[in-house]
Design a protein around this ligand. Structure first.
Ligand SMILES: C[S@@+](CC[C@H](N)C(=O)[O-])C[C@H]1O[C@@H](n2cnc3c(N)ncnc32)[C@H](O)[C@@H]1O
Ligand code: SF4
Length: 283
């Protein structure tokens, strides 16, 4: 993966139809807008997402191409905007603002529509977060993955648990009223108690939402090589299932108002919505 280069600079913009027939839009049809930002400062050991490290020189051309695509897109009713990656927090707040403005000019996007930007705590500053908030994003999706130092190293993450917590706090301070974090479970050497601690710690940070993903060993990743060579051992399926159930129970222990658990047929994806009284009221 690290040797990959961008084949060509083409903006990746997706209009996911909500009410239109697939790919065909008419007057009054709705879409959720997804903009992909395929750049990361480095590649994590487990990830095979469509993203590139060491290709920063293409960022501006890529964003120009996305903006051009927005200008050429059908003028749909947009229910939400999501900028994902990759690591969108690597772009400057000015370029992020240009994406929001271009979408607002082209699409019918309600003033209070959910607008999300994905971020990595590594290198994320309060000033940067403030810039993204001012750019027009109201929801932050932060890749935390774990609060255990050893696991963060194994996963190839370059941030500490403290930096992740500080990012959540800074996001609140600059006015993100919806903060979601991604966590991984079913990771080698993680164990049930580390997973429990991670859940309890991050819920304690007062986030609105946890996306808990069971680790998939993806072909061609350093994680796969480690597993194939016997250096890393994946947890037994029963352990992963136990972690899945712990996620649900942990959430319930915190007096939350509601939760949402989603399991797909392939891996197990726990999708938890953690809503505290005080956060629900925050607008
Ligand atoms: C685009 S990334 C999130 C934002 C940012 N790039 C970051 O990692 O900080 C989306 C999420 O997918 C999950 N993910 C990536 N690779 C995965 C894998 N092999 N198995 C399970 N989940 C994975 C991670 O939790 C990651 O945060
Ligand atoms: S997990 Fe996020 S930061 Fe890590 S390589 Fe994948 S997209 Fe990039």
């Amino acid at each position: 993966m690290s040797g990959r280069i961008l084949p060509e600079v083409v903006g990746y913009l997706e209009l996911n139809p909500k009410s239109a027939r697939l790919g065909r839009f008419g007057v009054g049809d709705e879409a959720a807008i997804y903009i992909h930002f395929p750049f990361c400062s480095h590649l994590c050991t487990y990830c095979d997402f469509d993203t590139f490290a060491g290709q920063e020189r293409w960022m501006d051309s890529y964003l120009d191409a996305v903006v051009e695509q927005i200008r050429c897109s059908p003028r749909v009713q947009a229910t939400s905007l999501y900028v994902g990656g990759g690591t969108p927090s690597l772009m400057s707040p000015a370029r992020a603002a240009q994406l929001v403005t271009s979408c607002r000019e082209r699409f019918h996007l309600a003033a209070d529509a959910e607008t999300t930007i994905e971020a990595n705590p590594s290198g994320l500053t309060g000033k940067g977060l403030e810039g993204f908030r001012q750019a027009g994003f109201n929801r932050l999706s932060l890749g935390v993955q774990s609060t255990d130092r050893r696991l963060l190293r194994l996963l190839g993450r370059r941030h500490t648990p403290e930096e992740a917590e500080a990012s959540v706090r800074a996001a609140r301070e600059v006015g993100f009223y919806n903060v979601s974090i991604d966590l991984l479970y079913g990771v080698p050497v993680q164990g049930q108690s580390v997973w429990e601690t991670t859940l309890e710690t991050t819920i304690g940070w007062g986030v609105d939402h946890l996306s808990c993903y069971a680790l998939t060993v993806e072909p061609g990743t350093p994680m796969e090589r480690g597993v194939n060579r016997g250096i890393l051992q994946m947890p037994a399926e029963e352990t992963v299932v136990e972690m899945y159930h712990t996620s649900c129970v942990t959430e319930l222990k915190t007096d939350t108002d509601s939760f949402f658990v989603k399991a797909d047929g392939v891996g197990i994806i726990v999708h938890l919505t953690v809503e505290y009284g005080d956060i629900v009221k925050r607008k």
